[in-house]
Design a binder for this molecule. Structure first.
Ligand SMILES: [Fe+2]
Length: 209
């Protein structure tokens, strides 16, 4: 990690800085890194037959992220960069798994490169979306699940900043999916109902407690 600014030398404690390589999308230093392949998220795409067809041939990288968390405990901000590769599984574009925060905390996405859609979904199933293009800053309000989708021909890269003690809930997305998904239709991205989400039988009232 870098530190200090020269002119303060001798009487100020060095404050941490990070570096981001905008050509290779590398963040340094990191405290967490992950490469997510299709086999890691087979339940997240709507067309399971298409997932298995692709996996019978290869296991493509869907996205990766690099993140830095400065410390334990409340009050810190984590920063990271996510890169989603271009491609589709069936008609559905490559995307992140998506998650809710365990706490009611917000998040910012700053799009560095590519074309994407940010899907947002409330706990009660309301859906919203925003376009991501280089220079876009998208705000994810507290309580909204979020997923980024790459609808471009190149990589989609965005920086994110969130409260370090937010926690991540991937389970509800894995189980229920998003109500809407982004698919290619006549060469263009289109937001459509998620057939797997819609096919679920409505829960009986006594189970709604
Ligand atoms: Fe998040």
């Amino acid at each position: 990690m870098n530190g200090g600014c020269g002119i303060m030398e001798g009487f100020s404690e060095a404050m941490p800085t990070l570096s981001l390589n905008l050509r290779r999308y590398l963040l340094k230093p990191t405290t967490r890194e992950n490469v997510v392949k299709l086999s890691d998220m087979r339940e997240f795409f709507a067309d399971r037959d298409a997932v298995e067809r692709v996996l019978s041939r290869r296991d493509p990288k869907i996205y990766e992220y690099r993140e830095f968390t400065p410390g334990e405990g409340p009050g810190h901000l984590s920063v990271g960069i996510t890169v989603i590769y271009p491609g589709k599984v069936g008609r559905e574009y490559y995307m992140t798994r998506g998650h809710f925060h365990l706490k009611d905390t917000a998040e910012y996405y700053y799009c560095i490169a590519g074309r994407g859609i940010l899907l947002l979904q409330s706990r009660s199933g309301e859906v919203a979306c925003a376009e991501l293009r280089a220079g876009t800053i998208a705000y994810i309000p507290p309580g909204w699940g979020h997923r980024a989708v790459n609808v471009g021909r190149g990589r989609l890269a965005f920086l994110y900043v969130y409260s370090s003690d937010s926690g991540h809930d991937y389970g509800v997305i894995k189980e229920k999916g998003f109500a809407r998904i982004v698919v290619e239709e006549r060469g263009r991205p289109k937001l459509v109902d998620n057939p797997r989400y819609a096919r679920r039988p409505p829960r009986r009232k006594e189970e709604d407690k």
